[in-house]
Design a protein around this ligand. Structure first.
Ligand code: GDP
Length: 366
C-alpha cells in the first residue's frame, strides 16, 4: 500500500492530526478499523462514495475500500542531517514513505512553545527542507565519485544513472529540492530518479494547521504557504488539527453538523486523502461481485496488466484481457449484465490504460 509520512517541527500539531485522522477513520469505517501496525503507523480506508454505489448494484456481501497508511515521523529538528535529535533515524523513516505530509504551524497560542521562538511557517518549512536537502547532498556526494569513475570505465549501469545524479546534485547545490526535476519528467528518468531514493524527490503536501476560526478560509500564513507550495511543485491544504480532534470524538451522526457549524463541507481526513491521491498520481479501479466490491489503487496511467498485478502478480504475468465498464455506465445502467447488453462492457488488451473508476474483470492464464 501507499504510505505517507507526517513530518514537521516539534509542537506544530503532528500527533494531534495523526491521532484525529486515525480515530476518525476507525469511526467512519467500522468494518475496517484503523489498525496500529507500529505505534506511529495507522492504516486508513480511502473515503470513496463510488464503492457503495457499485456494491449496492452488485449486491456484494462485503465492501473493501482502498487503504492508505500514515506514519507519524516525530523528532525532526534543525541539525537532523548532522545527527541532531534522533536525526538519522528520522531521515531513515522518511526514506521509507511514498509521499511527505509536512505540517506547518499557522496558529497562534502563547501557551504552546515554538521551538524556533516565533510563528513563521515559511521559515519552518525551509528549516525542515534544508535538513532533507543536506541529507540528500551528503548521500549523493558519497556515491557520485565512484559512479563517475565507473561511467568512465564504460559501466552500463553507471552510465544510465550518472546524468540523473548530476542533475540532482545541480539542483541541490542551487538550494532547491530534487522535486523540481519531476515536472514533465520522462518515465524512464523518473524510474532512475526513484532508484536514487532521495528524500527531496518525494512529493510533498503542506498541511497548514490553523486555528479553529480559520479552518474554512485559512489565514495570511496559510496563503503564504500555498504560494510557496505552488512555486515548488508541491500542494497545500488548510486543516485545523483542533477541529479534527473534536470531530474524532463525536458520534457519527453529529459529525456532519459539527463540520457545517465550522463552515466545512468535509472532514480533514477526506481532504487530506483526496489531495494525497492527486499528489501521488493515483487512481482507483473496482472489482465487483456478490462476494465483495473492492477498490484497488494504481498509479495514474497504469495499463491493464499492471492494474491486474495489484490483485496478484500471477494476474499480471498471465494477463489475457480485461472486461471494463466505466463507473458511470455501471451505475446508470444498473450493473454488469445490463452494461453488457448495452454494449458498454469493453474487452481491452495489454495496452489499455485503466481509467479512474473502471469496474474491471480480468481474464488470465495461471
Ligand atoms: P507535535 O509535536 O507536532 O506532534 O505537536 P502536538 O500534536 O503534540 O501538539 C503540540 C501542542 O499544540 C499540543 O498541546 C496540542 O494540543 C496543541 N495544538 C495542536 N494543534 C493545535 C491547533 O490547531 N490549535 C491550538 N491552539 N493548539 C494546537
Amino acid at each position: 500500500g501507499f504510505k505517507c509520512g507526517i513530518v514537521g517541527l516539534p509542537n506544530v500539531g503532528k500527533s494531534t492530526l495523526f491521532n484525529a485522522l486515525t480515530r476518525t477513520a476507525a469511526a467512519q469505517a467500522a468494518n475496517y478499523p484503523f489498525c496500529t501496525i507500529e505505534p506511529n503507523t495507522g492504516e486508513v480506508a480511502v473515503p470513496d462514495p463510488r464503492i457503495y454505489d457499485i456494491a449496492k448494484i452488485a449486491e456484494s456481501k462485503e465492501i473493501i475500500p482502498a487503504r492508505m497508511s500514515f506514519v507519524d515521523i516525530a523528532g525532526l529538528v534543525r541539525g537532523a542531517s548532522k545527527g541532531e535529535g534522533l536525526g538519522n533515524q528520522f531521515l531513515a523513516n522518511i526514506r521509507e514513505v511514498d509521499a511527505i505530509i509536512h505540517v506547518l504551524r499557522c496558529f497562534d497560542d502563547d501557551d504552546i512553545t515554538h521551538v524556533e521562538g516565533k510563528i513563521d511557517p515559511i521559515s519552518d518549512a525551509e528549516t525542515i527542507e534544508t535538513e532533507l536537502m543536506l541529507a540528500d547532498l551528503d548521500s549523493l556526494e558519497r556515491r557520485v565519485d565512484q559512479t563517475r569513475k565507473k561511467a568512465t570505465g564504460k559501466d552500463k549501469e553507471a552510465i544510465t544513472v550518472l546524468p540523473m545524479m548530476e542533475a540532482a546534485l545541480g539542483v541541490l547545490n542551487d538550494s532547491k529540492p530534487v522535486r523540481v526535476l519531476l515536472d514533465g519528467i520522462a518515465a524512464e528518468d523518473l524510474r532512475i530518479l526513484k532508484t536514487l531514493n532521495l528524500l527531496t524527490s518525494k512529493p510533498v503536501l503542506y498541511v497548514c494547521n490553523v486555528a479553529e476560526e480559520d479552518a474554512a478560509n485559512g489565514n495570511e500564513r496559510s496563503e503564504a504557504v500555498a504560494k510557496m507550495a505552488a512555486q515548488q511543485g508541491a500542494a497545500s491544504v488548510v486543516i485545523s488539527a483542533a477541529i479534527e480532534e473534536e470531530i474524532a470524538q463525536l458520534p457519527d451522526d453529529e459529525q456532519a453538523d459539527f463540520l457545517e457549524m465550522n463552515g466545512l463541507e468535509e472532514s480533514g481526513l477526506d481532504r487530506l486523502i483526496r489531495e494525497g491521491y492527486k499528489l501521488l498520481n493515483l487512481a482507483t479501479y473496482f472489482t465487483a461481485g456478490p462476494k465483495e466490491t473492492r477498490a484497488w489503487t494504481i498509479p495514474l496511467g497504469a495499463k491493464a496488466p499492471q492494474a491486474a498485478g495489484v490483485i496478484h502478480t500471477d494476474f499480471e504475468r498471465g494477463f489475457i484481457r480485461a472486461q471494463t465498464i466505466a463507473y458511470d455506465d455501471y451505475v446508470s445502467l444498473g450493473g454488469e449484465v445490463p452494461a453488457k447488453e448495452a454494449g458498454k462492457a469493453r474487452d481491452e488488451g495489454k495496452e489499455y490504460v485503466v481509467k479512474d473508476g473502471d469496474v474491471m474483470l480480468f481474464k488470465f492464464n495461471t
